[in-house]
Design a protein around this ligand. Structure first.
Ligand SMILES: [Zn+2]
Ligand SMILES: [Zn+2]
Ligand SMILES: [Zn+2]
Ligand SMILES: [Zn+2]
Length: 211
């Protein structure tokens, strides 16, 4: 089977906020201060900005929002502030919070992805032998994660070839084959459902044309 196409790198985007549960694997709840949490997505803010609008000065200085969340929010809400519905939102990059977040200790995000997937899927459709052999033991500061992923992470992740049909598994390069071999029926069912949906759509389309 040709697997070269349809590969996309499953990577952590450095723009979006950081998953709280990932950070919590190395930090206690107390270590994640309120001012680290993005007011839009409730995860740990990436590129934290502080909202300093005078409309809600009384909320103090803990109104932190991740840059990409803020930009998306302002765009979707026609410039309305995420805290109170007012325009003319004022914000500035918070270097202090940025430094504190950068200093948080974290594990390898790829290993985290694989582990949380293994927990979710355990005992369901994916048998034990699909579990990855290679592990990454990286533990370091959040600001060093991208460097780790680019230069020293032993894990190479990819999506299942049947992703377009609905298989959401994230696979290690060396467990790809095992997954495909052990999940033949599961993948066939996905394709079958997909084809049936297409046929149904096609029929509805014909009915529309004929009537
Ligand atoms: Zn966010
Ligand atoms: Zn505001
Ligand atoms: Zn790693
Ligand atoms: Zn699959």
């Amino acid at each position: 089977m040709e697997l070269a196409e349809n590969k996309e790198e499953v990577a952590m985007s450095s723009n979006t906020c950081f998953e709280r549960n990932w950070i919590l694997t190395c930090n206690s709840l107390q270590q994640i201060k309120d001012e680290y949490v993005c007011v839009v997505c409730q995860q740990v803010a990436s590129n934290p900005h502080q909202l300093v609008c005078k409309e809600h000065e009384e909320f103090g200085d803990s109104l932190i929002v991740g840059e990409s969340c803020l930009k998306r929010y302002l765009q979707e809400s026609n410039g309305q502030c995420p805290i109170l519905q007012h325009t003319g939102c004022e914000y500035s990059h918070s270097e202090l919070v940025q430094k504190q977040i950068d200093d948080l200790t974290v594990r390898c995000p790829r290993q985290y992805q694989l582990d949380s997937q293994a927990v979710q899927e355990k005992g369901k459709i994916f048998p034990k032998k699909d579990e990855p052999m290679t592990r990454c033991s990286f533990k370091g500061r959040l600001q060093d994660v991208n460097d780790h992923l680019e230069n020293s992470c032993p894990l190479e992740l990819s999506s299942c070839w049947f992703k377009p049909f609905g298989c959401a598994m994230i696979l290690l390069k060396d467990s790809e084959q095992a997954h495909l071999l052990s999940q033949v029926q599961f993948h066939l069912d996905l394709v079958k459902t997909h084809v049936q949906t297409l046929e149904k759509k096609n029929q509805q389309f014909k009915v529309v044309i004929l009537t």
